[in-house]
Design a protein around this ligand. Structure first.
Ligand code: B12
Length: 214
């Protein structure tokens, strides 16, 4: 079995020791950070499915999130070795009513490692807070994270508020998280969507190459 598959399985089994060993080995073997993250995400998705089926409980989801926070601690060393130049500012947050932050935090780290200045507003962020942050930080890109179905409404509310504040044409908006797709993207009025960090980074890089917001 490949290390990626072994890592996914170790996360599903909530085997902290094994997760740490495999991640350390993958770092030593120079595996791409995004590949390590993708393997972790597959494990977390499976844990969510087990929760949905009633085989795992909230406590297992909490344990899994602690496991992943540990993994991020190891990856930090790799991710932090990014370039110093700043490509532009990205304002990001998990929308109102949603407290999931692991995926968003990964996006923040990867963007920073790739030369972006990231303003992280945290979780359960109101539309007003996004608007205020756009006024203050003048970002090129705004990222809205959401993992629960209940986050779709607040995503739309946030983009409507940005529009009402006459700030919409100054920025590009990307939504991210397990729930998002093309249909939700067009419903909430975002410019694009991503349910993994590699796609998100690619889209943002393309936008910034087009000098968004300038
Ligand atoms: C860990 C976890 C928790 C932890 C969260 C810990 C934390 N502080 O973040 C805890 C235990 C607290 C939790 C709580 C709840 N959870 Co929860 N949780 C999960 C789980 C298992 C993993 C999420 C995760 O961390 N994944 C790993 C990361 C790396 O992946 P990711 O988040 O998808 O992020 C990647 C991409 O999506 C993308 N991305 C993410 N954000 C952004 C933003 C931008 C701009 C871009 C470009 C990309 C991007 O890049 C990331 C890296 O690749 C998911 C399962 C799943 N399928 O997602 C359920 C899941 C999201 N939870 C779920 C539920 C139901 C809940 C609760 C309502 C449970 C309850 N009864 O209380 C509460 C919600 C509370 C709230 N109001 O938010 C459901 C949602 C179902 C739905 N469609 O609504 C899921 C899908 C589980 C399931 N299958 O039922 N949860």
């Amino acid at each position: 079995m490949s290390d990626k598959k072994r890592l996914t399985q170790a996360i599903i089994n909530l085997n902290e020791e094994m997760v740490t060993d495999i991640v350390k080995k993958m770092i030593t073997d120079n595996v791409e950070v995004t590949d390590i993250i993708d393997a972790c995400r597959d494990g977390m998705t499976a844990i969510g499915d087990l929760f949905e089926k009633g085989d795992y409980f909230l406590s297992e989801m909490v344990m899994a999130s602690e496991l992943l926070t540990g993994v991020m601690g190891h990856l930090k060393m790799k991710v932090d070795r990014g370039p110093i130049k700043t490509l532009g500012t990205v304002v990001i947050g998990t929308v109102e009513g949603d407290i999931h932050y692991i995926g968003k935090d990964i996006v923040v780290k990867v963007l920073e490692a790739n030369g972006y200045l990231v303003v992280d507003l945290g979780v359960d962020v109101s539309p007003e807070k996004f608007v205020e942050a756009i006024r203050t930080h003048k970002p090129k890109v705004v990222g809205l994270s959401g993992l629960i179905t209940e986050a779709i409404g607040p995503m739309k509310k946030t983009i409507d508020a940005i529009e009402a504040a006459s700030l919409r044409d100054k920025i590009k908006i990307i939504i991210g998280g397990g729930i998002v797709d093309e249909e939700i993207c067009s419903y909430v009025g975002a410019d694009s969507w991503a349910n993994n960090v590699s796609t998100g980074l690619k889209i943002i890089n393309e936008w910034v190459g087009e000098n968004v917001g300038e």
